[in-house]
Design a protein around this ligand. Structure first.
Ligand code: CP
Length: 366
């Protein structure tokens, strides 16, 4: 598409818009829709290594390489050495058109540890609110010389759609609507890789909560099933998509059944707005039926672990004793997030193939 096809459409407050007459691909906005539209979200751009858009479709070999690379980044980070210069000269824009604590800060820390310049785009105080489109906004970053843009957006498919429109900038998906959250998925895989001594085959993870609206669940299911792990999902019937088995997982109707003998459980954040839409009765009932308690966690295999992507609603998705208990790997997940983001930033940056490179140490004349 060209810029003269851009339509002047009012911008939803703080969200930005898609600036095309095409329907943005994969806008899976129907509750429970985990099916066809979102599956095609990243198809054409996914093969371009400048972009990191989703875990679905990545091969087992690619996932294992990413995990090995992330583990190497983690070893270096643990040494606490000065920041590297590997990505010096590269500008990374963090465009979060939706709230974030963990993902944004860990991308920023990772980029800075690798020597990149970081720019945090404050969407709430931006010209998106004057009607500027999301595409034009990211084109500005491209024109200013940014190499990578990390995008979180409430619409499924927004990062993949951007990746297809842009010429030279790489796009990293930091969570798009109900579609994917691939760096969260990778950090979950790395955390489980550690907990399970590197073996995914023969393992089983239970995922409890709002499966229907969860990009975290979707990325986890894609990655884990590719690596040979079984996944069982459970939660209120209104939050389990009818076709979820098509993603390669099983469904249990009670939390106890899902937990029995599992090698781990991932509790998802309860999105309180689901109550407003009538999909949930009360928080108290959710906590009673689906909250992780010490008694329920004891149903896991002896070395079973507890994950949560955060932010945790303590006392709802899990009791304090579980969040802070010996099986909890919640802060390992957070720590692994920096290593994973180093890994994907490095990978996308290496694929930019700029004629003179972006690395000062390589490009600078002697
Ligand atoms: N897990 C996760 O995406 O957290 P944030 O929303 O804080 O980034």
């Amino acid at each position: 598409m060209t810029s003269d096809t851009v339509a002047a459409v009012p911008t939803p407050p703080g969200a930005g818009i898609f600036s095309t007459s095409e329907t943005p691909l994969g806008t899976a906005t129907v509750p429970g829709d985990l099916g066809a539209p979102a599956r095609s979200v990243g198809a054409p751009a996914a093969a371009d290594p400048r972009h990191f858009l989703g875990l679905e479709g990545l091969s087992r070999a690619t996932l294992l390489t990413l995990l090995a690379d992330a583990a190497r980044e983690r070893e270096w980070l643990k040494l606490g050495e000065p920041n590297r210069r590997d990505l010096a000269g590269l500008t990374v824009v963090l465009a979060f058109i939706e709230d974030s604590t963990r993902t944004r800060t860990s991308f920023e820390i990772a980029a800075q540890r690798l020597g990149a310049n970081t720019v945090v785009f404050a969407s709430a105080a931006s010209s998106l609110n004057k009607g500027e489109t999301l595409l034009d906004t990211v084109r500005l970053f491209e024109a200013m010389g940014a190499g990578l843009v990390v995008v979180r957006h409430p619409s499924s498919g927004a990062p993949a759609w951007l990746a297809r429109q842009l010429g030279s900038i790489g796009v990293l998906n930091a969570g798009d609507g109900m579609h994917e959250h691939p760096t969260q998925g990778l950090l979950d895989l790395l955390t489980l890789h550690d907990a399970w001594q590197g073996r995914f085959e023969g393992r089983r993870l239970a995922i409890v909560g709002d499966i229907a609206h969860s990009r975290v669940a979707r990325s986890a299911i894609a990655g884990l099933t590719t690596l040979g792990c079984r996944v069982t999902v459970c939660g209120p019937g209104t939050l389990i998509p009818a076709e979820v088995e098509e993603l390669g997982c099983d469904v249990d109707t009670t939390l106890e059944d899902a937990l029995a003998g599992a090698d781990g459980v991932m509790a998802l954040r309860l999105q309180r707005e689901r109550m407003e839409t009538g999909l949930l009765p009360t928080i108290a009932e959710y906590a009673r039926l689906w909250g992780l308690t010490p008694e329920r966690v004891a149903l896991l295999a002896p070395d079973g672990v507890v994950l949560h992507p955060g932010p945790v609603n303590r006392g709802v998705e899990m009791a304090h004793e579980v969040a802070d208990g010996p099986r909890s790997r919640i802060f390992d997940q957070v720590a692994n997030g920096v290593a994973v983001r180093c890994c994907v930033l490095r990978r996308c940056a290496q694929a930019l193939r700029r004629p003179h490179g972006f690395t000062v140490s390589v490009a600078a004349p002697r």
